[in-house]
Ligand binder design. Structure first.
Ligand SMILES: Cc1ncc(COP(=O)(O)O)c(C=O)c1O
Length: 453
């Protein structure tokens, strides 16, 4: 885009965003702390990079452009931005202080709530992020079984244990750690059985996201439960994304399979930083053993626990999940109907469960004989994102609806997507899709780099 920073068709300016991104680039490696919020994940030059404020289903960027939010801050915002039930209790709690020499009563109250809601949660402990509790789960499983190998599938955060056998992302991790992490494929029972054959009596845990974009097939989760029981391994569900989003009891309630340990974070406190490891009593009790060490100064601060209590209470008392499924289904299916109507269903498709679905693009039909289909798919994705952001619909990666999204929001998003797909159609017809781009191509997402969805 030109220096005027006015996007062609909307007249919107993202000038201040671009200035902030430039300042951030000088000081912050990668310009953001989360790969998925990196400017590379947006259409640099067209998309905003910094958000000023948010309310309900709406966001305003630093140039005061308004957007319907389709990302829920990558998952944590379950009820909607600045949801009054949550912000009021946090504001009250702050008046009384947030960190003390001993625990606040909310510590017990929130643990009791989680224990009531989540099938596996006989005991609960708190931390701050998803990384904390997935890594704690691996350590607990190793101590509980006195075994070393972790069999894993899906994204669980940045610590060594999760990336040590991924040669694309293993910089900074000693080779020896890779000997203790083995990856398997979702829905591929043979790939997990192989790990047990290769490491007899040494697999401490099966760690899996209960669901990715594809549904579990052939009772995949039940079979993992059976294998874990047969082999004496700990079954861990990483419910950082699915917890409190698929059902009050998470994906384990939704799919009816109870793990030994489960990790929760996003959606637990509507955006405040808290996570929880929950699980069977005997496994969780490892944390209190004299030879086991787990400690975290900021875990369980009272303001965040107040946010968690309010968020968990709203979802127990209201039809939060039903609403989120309905909105997600209308958006996902509405998008696929539009693509079919415009003859673009071989180019783009929305898939995944309604609480978190993705819109994908394929370059197969559009790529010329000398063009790379993957690159052309990325050009199409970038063009769609560019047109959506210019028109005030904000997404990166998956679509994640909240309890605050209304049917009017769905109509507005689908109306916008119809226009965006129209531009895509014109661009494809022209034979030069790339000439429609006003900013830089979006980069590969972390999930693409890791092979997860
Ligand atoms: C399934 C899953 N596990 C773990 C994590 C890491 O959580 P956090 O970024 O809060 O540390 C994520 C983050 O996206 C996730 O999606």
């Amino acid at each position: 885009m030109s220096d005027g920073q006015q996007s062609k068709s909307s007249g919107r300016s993202v000038q201040r965003s671009l200035e902030l991104a430039e300042r951030a680039r000088k000081l912050v490696p990668g310009a953001s702390h989360t790969g998925s919020k990196s400017p590379k994940q947006f259409v640099q030059g067209v998309s905003p990079t910094h958000i000023q404020r948010a309310e309900g289903s709406r966001l305003w960027d630093v140039d005061d452009n308004e957007y319907v939010d389709c990302n829920a801050a990558l998952g944590p915002v379950l009820l909607g931005h600045s949801y009054p039930d949550v912000t009021e209790v946090v504001a009250d709690q702050i008046q009384d202080g947030t960190m003390y020499t001993m625990e606040h009563p909310l510590h017990v109250e929130v643990a009791e709530l989680i224990s009531d809601m989540v099938p596996c949660a006989e005991k609960v402990t708190f931390a701050k992020s998803g990384n904390d509790v997935t890594t704690l789960a691996a350590k607990v499983a190793r101590a509980y079984t006195d075994r070393d190998v972790i069999a894993t599938q899906g994204y669980h955060g940045w610590p060594d244990v999760w990336f040590s056998d991924n040669e694309n992302l293993d910089a900074g991790i000693p080779d020896v750690i890779g000997e203790y992490t083995e990856s398997f494929e979702y829905n591929d029972i043979e790939s997990i059985e192989r790990i047990f054959e290769e490491h007899p009596d040494d697999v401490a845990a099966i760690v899996t996201t209960p669901v990715n974009l594809d549904p579990p097939e052939d009772e995949f989760l039940q079979r993992l439960r059976e294998i874990a029981d047969r082999e004496g391994a700990v079954l861990v569900f990483d419910e950082v994304l699915t917890g409190f989003r698929f059902a009050p009891g998470g994906a384990q309630e939704y799919f009816g399979v109870t793990p030994d340990l489960a990790c929760f974070a996003k959606a637990m406190a509507n955006g405040y930083s808290i996570s929880a490891l929950a699980g069977k009593r005997d496994v969780m009790d490892v944390i209190a053993r004299d030879d086991f060490f787990y400690s975290m100064t900021y875990a369980g601060d009272a303001a965040t626990l107040a946010a968690a209590k309010a968020t968990l209470t709203v979802q127990r008392e209201e039809n939060v999940h039903e609403h989120i499924f309905e909105i997600g289904e209308q958006l996902r299916d509405g998008y696929n109907d539009l693509a079919a109507e415009l003859g673009l269903d071989d180019v783009t498709e929305a898939n995944g469960y309604p609480p978190r679905f993705s819109i994908g693009f394929s370059g197969d039909r559009v790529a010329g004989p000398s063009e790379d289909e993957v690159h052309v798919g990325r050009v199409l994705e970038t063009l769609f994102m560019q047109e959506a952001h210019k028109r005030g619909v904000l997404f990166t990666g998956p679509h994640i609806p909240t309890y605050s999204h209304t049917e009017d929001d769905v109509d507005e998003i689908l109306h916008t997507y119809r226009e965006c797909l129209g531009v895509l159609d014109d661009a494809i017809e022209s034979g030069d899709v790339e000439s429609y781009l006003e900013g830089e191509l979006v980069g590969a997402s972390l999930r693409e780099r890791t092979g997860d969805d």
